[in-house]
Ligand binder design. Sequence first.
Ligand SMILES: *Cc1c(COP(=O)(O)O)cnc(C)c1O
Length: 416
Amino acid sequence: MMHELENKSDPVQVHRESLIQLAKKYGTPLYVYDSYKIKKQYIKMKKAFSGIKNLIINYACKANTNLNILKLLQKLGSGLDTVSIQEVELGLKAGFHPKRIIFTPNCVSIQEIKEAVGFGVRINLDNLSILEQFGEYYPDYAIGIRINPHIMAGGNSKISVGHIDSKFGISYYQIPHMKRILKNTGLKIEGFHMHTGSDISEIKAFLAGAKVLFQTAIDFKNLDYIDFGSGFKVPYKKDDIQTDLNSLSSYLTKEFEIFCKNYGSQITLIFEPGKFIVSESGYFLVSVNVIKHTTSTVFAGVDSGFNHFLRPMFYDAYHCIENISNPNGRFRFYTVVGYICESDTFGFNRKVKEIREGDILCIKNAGAYCFSMSSNYNSRYRPSEVMIFKGKDFLIRKRETMQDLLRNIVDIQHII
Ligand SMILES: *Cc1c(COP(=O)(O)O)cnc(C)c1O
């Protein structure tokens, strides 16, 4: 089945000229997603772990929740990893069966978890207080448990979520307490889960976490799955390191096989990649408003900012910036900044083909955690999104308007 998908006549990549055309057609700022790349990444992961009999890939949709992207992944056979009840609802709207949706929240209320039960989705709990309450309400609703394996991993401290002082997961030192709660309430466990953070390039970190899950899971009967979360790193620049899927697979497949043998049944292995699936599919197109020289720097000021694209400012993330309007220009150095009234630097001191006012810049790896982290700061409209599907472009989200900014305002001007 995987090979069939690969042979369909999809464009191999999005070309510079077509991006220019899209910027003209839809205006900037504009997000463009190449559905073929999303498909390719999904298939790549399935293939890398094809040695595992029961493999499930749940797309972690907080990376990009456009309904059309969810639908695309649903059609490819993916499940969905969600972290809020709203993401659960979007998943259902995109056509995912409730049992193909896993709800993996952190610090949400018992009310929100009750709503998830109402939708019939799989639930993964990550603290003992809610576990105890859940067991009182729903002793027959089998759940997953997020274990904190106490591993320091991840690209930086904001996205490292599996260490001992992280707010995520139930410490594996607290398993005796967890067992007490299960006994007291009669609740059953259907799976164990971990997610140690994003941007993990160290396979050792995955394997150390996996070992903790295996050691934990072996004591529990009738498990359905073990979920190894995500953290798969993708390249953000040329020669960047990325998670070596094949070597991870060769180790993990072996370890998982041994576990299943010891455990006495072939349970399911789950991954929940977000960034890996969608990051490289995305291109963010902006127009250059102003070229500004200071005593030290040449700034290229564009028609966007951290309201639309937060990762460089929030995580110090590096995103490649290309001047697609001037491919034959000579390289010069620029600091590319936004129009928000705060420092919002997309790229510091970058070598880019000569930039002129009016040029279109393309910011890469814009598929994951870009639109989904956007806001209306400075009362700007959020951009539109376009998906390229089988060689055609489709508007998949309209640009906002003043009406969107005012929609929820309750006007009490007459009494002010
Ligand atoms: C965010 C998240 C993911 C996805 O992480 P990526 O680094 O984007 O692959 C997976 N699982 C959970 C529980 C998450 O919160």
